[in-house]
Design a protein around this ligand. Sequence first.
Ligand code: PMP
Length: 426
Amino acid sequence: MQLASLSSDDLTALHSQLTRDYADLKARALQLNLTRGKPSPEQLDLSSDLLTVLDADDYRAADGTDCRNYGGLAGLPELRAIFSELLGIDAAQLLAGGNSSLTMMYNTIDFALRHGVDGEHQPWSAGPVKFLCPTPGYDRHFSMCQSLGIELVPVALGDDGPDMDEVRRLVADDPSIKGMWAVPAYSNPTGSVYPEPVARELVSMPTAAPDFRIFWDNAYGLHHLTDSPAPVVDILGLAEAAGNPSRVFIFASTSKITFAGAGVAFWASSPANVDWFTGHLAMQSIGPDKINQLRHAKFFRNSDGVRAHMRAHRELIEPKFRIVVDMLADRLGGYDFAAWTTPRGGYFVSLDVQPGTADTVVKLAGDAGIAMTPAGAAFPYGVDPKNSNIRIAPTYPSTEDVRAAIDGLCTCALLAATAALLNSAD
Ligand code: PMP
């Protein structure tokens, strides 16, 4: 049944019923929060041994380095070796840093703005700078650019990556497009996965800016929710084969693997870019927290340790994702006005409600004690042109809370949709 094809009487009756349901929902005085993609306390518990894996005599790296002391800007070799295997990157090109990959993204852009990305071209700040933003995307990527004075240029992101016709056209035309965001596996929030041919095109397409760079944020590359994981694309190998070895900066972290606030972030690129990045990094740090890196290396032991750990995460969060998609299908599927993703990994479900109502739905949910990410957050400048997209982050609350929150959200989505259709019929 299509909501839009209901008779006016049926629509009015449904709207009245939903108005009563919404009043009941409000009366329950819920206090639920689905705003941010945070690991749940149970997920954090999986890594509790990190807090005790080292003892007072245990501070030496495999090569004898005293991790308590200064130095080792590139990060601990044994931890880089583990993640080099998992991410398919030569360990010499993979740096282990502090607790946040976002900080490394910020640093990279900052260095490019101030110094340029190589010895040849001017600092990016010498002219206008724009970034292509596959959309819907990660709000912090967008706000970071905004705060650094970079203009955001949206391009549509589908299940199989960005609209490549549009990307190719834009980068070929405009030399001020210096960068592009990409979350290649299980993107935030749509769960899109970039297939290898898309990756190949991104690293080989002609660009008007000779110093164009792709910010390949592989935040969710290891976060599978099915038995057919998205393969890791060897983007650096593809870039080298395409004759653009330095086009890509890769980022990753253990924020959603161990402790979101006390994990380890990774940065990777061509050997020339590694020299460029560490050269500038050395001006702000003598080295990262090697004790935390040692802790992580001892805790995981090897890449199989990480894989087993990720399976334990999946066991905890997969049921929550199933509740979300089952509840959406159950409550909204019959009316044919909403669409949502069924992610194969990552941290989010992306819901499209009746166009023009996402902000109302989020407000109704908030007034009923269900905090959602603000409507439009996944769009450059916070503006969703269709006002229809809502990001659902189900990992943090308990399964019961997820169920209650999505049930309530569906009531709000239906209430707003019926109200909008009644209004448009007036
Ligand atoms: N990139 C993406 C796509 C994310 O979704 C997140 C966390 N929500 C981050 C980066 C944050 O990474 P970190 O904790 O390593 O700074």
